[in-house]
Design a protein around this ligand. Structure first.
Ligand SMILES: Cc1ncc(COP(=O)(O)O)c(C=O)c1O
Length: 353
């Protein structure tokens, strides 16, 4: 539970993100006990154990531990794209909006945003954007898929959907990256394995600092690409870490203890969504996973509303001008979520009055 006291002494429920969780006693104990070495020189045993485990879970040739999901995505961008080519991506993808133009800056790639007809891109959306070859047509090198899709409300792309996207990409000579910061949630929601969702892609990134509750860390993984290239890119970004076992142990703890409970977060999201949907004319994207997007009625001001809601001890994110985001996680228990939903619903109703 994130029940940290505010200055006024009132309880605070933080639903801005699933990244706000704090390592509990069990995770901290695992971190303190981690066997460590110098991962850049000759390997850190706990990091090696995490990388082997993640490679096996994803069914990839290798996995490499990186400090953040953003670095993992950017390492992968270096592996699947080529300078002076295009990268197809969902128009609301994290790589487009939240990675500080890294793909353009580091890898010389033009992003070609694909606006989905539904919530997340499918093969037909991408097919409609492919440029017919010709003297004026810029070549594309890669397609990236985000699963779950954060900005679309944690929506999942099914195994069949991922296969169709990857098959289309292959037919057009594109490599495929999977931004799977919340792939664990996607697999839990779909009742499949992360390996099934990663099977058709060349590179994948999975994060430990979201639903799994670790303080930091992600893995980038690949198949058919030398791991040495990924190591080189990680090093270039300053991501070669030394006794990284201390934090890798938190990721291993998250896999052991927090993976199986992700459906609880999805259930909380459904209950939260049901409690706020329609209040004050707001509309909720029915949540597939742990993210609840609330679209305000016309004229609604998400920033002002988030500030007002925070005054009652509940933190949600103003995600866009008229969209709020609330994310369920292991530090917000059922009672806190019920209370937060009640507070948000009350503010929504009041804002429309
Ligand atoms: C879909 C997606 N990809 C990548 C990231 C980046 O992860 P990090 O914050 O660890 O850099 C996030 C973070 O929220 C995300 O939601």
């Amino acid at each position: 539970m994130d029940m940290s006291a505010t200055a006024a002494g009132a309880r605070r429920i933080d639903l801005r993100s699933d990244t706000v969780t704090r390592p509990g006693p069990g995770m901290r104990q695992a971190m303190a006990a981690a066997e460590v070495g110098d991962d850049v020189l000759d390997g850190d045993p706990t990091t090696g154990c995490l990388e082997a485990r993640v490679a096996q879970l994803l069914g990839m040739d290798w996995a490499l531990y990186v400090p953040t999901g953003t670095m993992g995505n950017q390492v992968a961008m270096g592996l699947v794209t080529k300078p002076g080519t295009e990268l197809y991506l969902d128009a609301l993808a994290h790589i487009v909006h939240t990675e500080m133009a890294g793909t353009a800056l580091f890898w010389g790639v033009q992003i070609r945003p694909v606006t989905p007809r539904g919530l997340a891109i499918d093969a037909d959306d991408v097919r409609g954007m492919l440029r017919p070859p010709g003297p004026h047509a810029l070549r594309a090198s890669a397609l990236a898929i985000e699963n779950t899709h954060n900005s679309a409300g944690g929506v999942v792309t099914s195994v069949a959907g991922v296969r169709a996207l990857a098959a289309l990409a292959r037919d057009h000579g594109l490599m495929v990256h999977l931004d799977g910061a919340r792939l664990w949630n996607a697999a839990a929601a779909l009742g499949c394995t992360v390996a099934e969702l990663a099977a058709p892609v060349d590179t994948a990134m999975v994060s430990f600092s979201k639903g799994l509750g670790a303080p930091v860390g992600a893995c980038v993984a690949g198949r058919g690409i030398p791991v040495a290239l990924a190591r080189e890119a990680r090093r270039r970004f300053g991501g070669g870490m030394r006794q990284s076992g201390v934090v890798a142990a938190a990721a291993l703890y998250g896999l052991d203890h927090n993976l199986a409970r992700l459906p609880d977060d999805h259930a909380k999201a459904r209950r939260f969504a049901a409690a706020v949907d329609g209040k004050g004319g707001a509309r909720v994207i029915p949540p597939d996973t742990n993210i609840v997007m609330i679209d305000l009625a016309a004229g609604g001001d998400a920033a002002a509303l988030a500030t007002a809601i925070a005054g009652d001890g509940v933190l949600v994110s103003p995600w866009a001008a008229s969209r709020l985001r609330a994310v369920m996680h292991l530090d917000a228990g059922d009672d806190e979520v019920a209370h937060a939903a009640h507070v948000v619903a009350r503010h929504l109703a009041r804002s429309a009055a």
